[in-house]
Design a protein around this ligand. Structure first.
Ligand SMILES: *Cc1c(COP(=O)(O)O)cnc(C)c1O
Length: 363
């Protein structure tokens, strides 16, 4: 057991993928193809088949993937898109980049996710889409949300950046809407060794649009649309296709650790997270809540355990949204009480048990 338990230890998680990585890196040394080559194509195919979608389109990061997914819907600027009030900033920024209006939806405080009931109250005649986020690796209740979307003629996009490998009623995150977006930022469950992202879809029009738009918007050198530069590097694809083979193991280790917390934390001051019914959570983050969160965080640190907060400032309280001048009680409650416990594939049972016993002694 490590003396100091870090929240994450990526060199430990990733060490087993590097050997094959270096071997294949030798090949691109020979071919001289550094971006959007055969490794990127292979990763796209592997991910489409793992997720179960017809198409997967690689891009530079999930923010670009979300931005392009929204753009591909061809809805007018100024449209309203419903998005969780407690998500990571990127989900909202993707809407803003399209000159559309993010409408913050309060989540359910136990699952941390938005629900059909909370979304429905926000629908107006300007609403064109719902950007759901499977936050912390926990799925949204997609049947209800999709039914609501169908009734109101709305698109649904899944920000699945935190939910690679999660599923709902047997279907993978990303394959339950018009388009799903993944991030391979190093800390994510399928994390690379730099930035990368992927959009998955069954819709040929979305596919065709993003395929063009991610690489300036056309064939070299004859451009059809205003795209962006959001290519994926071969280096990332080589690493990720190797790590993808092991994603079930990674997710199972994280889930084992989460289950140890769920079964053994017995402290009245701690509220444990709830997984959405009939779904598989991949615990990108293991979020607990505690009124004395800051004291608990300090106490854990004094006892050799690092914990983080996702996210310490509610979106509506960020400077970028100061003009909004509105409060979002649940998002604020979460940012005031949430604490993310170490829950990596690198953590041993022994380490998690040590954290559990520290938490059980906290008063
Ligand atoms: C990480 C993350 C993103 C952005 O991913 P990048 O690849 O860093 O652009 C978007 N949404 C959520 C919910 C995330 O956690």
């Amino acid at each position: 057991m490590e003396k100091f338990i870090r929240w994450e230890n990526l060199s430990k998680v990733n060490e087993k993928y590097f050997k094959k990585f270096y071997t294949e890196l030798k090949e691109i040394e020979k071919t001289g193809l550094y971006t959007m080559g055969k490794n990127v194509e292979k990763l796209e195919n592997d991910i489409a088949s793992y997720i179960g979608t017809k198409y997967a389109i690689a891009c530079g990061n999930a923010l670009d993937g979300l931005t392009l997914a929204i753009k591909s819907l061809n809805i007018p600027e100024g449209s309203e898109i419903i998005v969780p009030s407690n998500t990571f900033y990127a989900s909202v920024l993707a809407i803003l980049r399209n000159n559309m209006l993010p409408i913050f939806c309060e989540p359910d405080i136990d699952t941390f996710n938005i629900t059909a009931e909370s979304i429905e109250k926000l629908i107006t005649n300007k609403t064109k889409a719902i950007l759901v986020v499977h936050l912390y690796g926990n799925m949204c209740d997609m049947d209800k949300i999709n039914e609501l979307a169908r009734k109101n003629n709305l698109y649904v996009i899944e920000d699945s950046a935190q939910a690679f490998g999660a599923s709902y009623k047997g279907k993978m995150a990303g394959n339950l809407s018009d388009a799903g977006v993944f991030s391979f930022f190093p800390t994510k469950n399928l994390g690379g060794i730099g930035d990368a992202g992927m959009v998955v879809t069954n819709n040929v029009n979305i596919y065709n649009y993003i395929k063009l738009a991610r690489n300036y918007g056309g064939e070299k050198y004859n451009y059809q649309i205003q795209g962006i530069n959001s290519r994926m590097d071969e280096i990332q694809a080589i690493f990720l296709k190797e790590k993808l083979k092991d994603i079930e193991t990674i997710n199972n280790l994280k889930t084992r650790n989460a289950n140890l917390y769920l079964q053994n934390i017995k402290n009245k001051q701690i509220i444990l997270p709830t997984t959405t019914i009939e779904s598989k959570n991949v615990y990108y983050i293991f979020p607990i809540r505690c009124k004395k969160r800051d004291e608990l965080k300090e106490y854990l640190l004094e006892n050799g355990v690092e914990s983080l907060i996702h996210y310490p400032i509610a979106l509506n309280k960020m400077k970028v949204f100061e003009k909004m001048n509105r409060s979002f009680k649940i998002a604020e409650e979460i940012s005031d009480t949430e604490l993310s416990l170490p829950c990596s594939a690198s953590h041993s049972v022994e380490e998690i048990k040590k954290i559990v016993s520290l938490i059980n002694k906290f008063n």
